[in-house]
Design a protein around this ligand. Structure first.
Ligand code: 2F8
Ligand code: CA
Length: 136
């Protein structure tokens, strides 16, 4: 299943921290081509793993707005909980600056790490693939 050394294992998933920046959509396309999605973040432990591995670098995560109501959704289909996710935004975010910030990225090495930004910016990005133990 996991043929590349570039993927880091954490708590049931493999994570790919990219080396080249892409727009949010191109990053998601890249993850799909590697049988993965831009990562969702659903626990403090996962957020901590991500920001500690990210260090000073900035990475897209799999959070974007969709539909006429522009609600946040996870790219991998994980239900987005606004209440459970509130602790992961940088204070004051998401602020939808310029009415044009519809994608989220890891900006700070902190539990309060996310900012919303323009999806057209090129950032590094993090793909996640759940580890599925094989039969046999
Ligand atoms: O101060 C927070 C603010 O900082 C920048 O705007 C000046 C960010 N812009 C981009 O990342 C493109 C805002 O998203 C952020 O809210
Ligand atoms: Ca913002």
């Amino acid at each position: 299943q996991m043929v590349s050394q570039d993927w880091k294992y954490f708590n049931g998933s493999y994570y790919y921290f990219s080396y080249t920046p892409k727009t949010w959509y191109s990053a998601q396309q890249y993850c799909l081509s590697r049988d993965s999605h831009l990562t969702s973040v659903t626990s403090e432990q996962e957020q901590e793993f991500l920001y500690k591995t990210a260090g000073e670098r900035v990475y897209w995560i799999g959070l974007t707005k969709t539909g006429s109501d522009r609600d946040w959704v996870w790219a991998d289909g994980t239900p987005f909980s606004k209440a459970q996710s509130a602790r992961f935004w940088i204070p004051g975010e998401p602020n939808n600056a310029g009415n044009n910030e519809h994608c989220a990225y890891l900006k700070r090495a902190s539990l309060q790490a996310w900012n919303d930004g323009s999806c057209d910016i090129q950032f590094l990005f993090i793909c996640r693939q759940p580890y599925i133990p094989s039969e046999l």
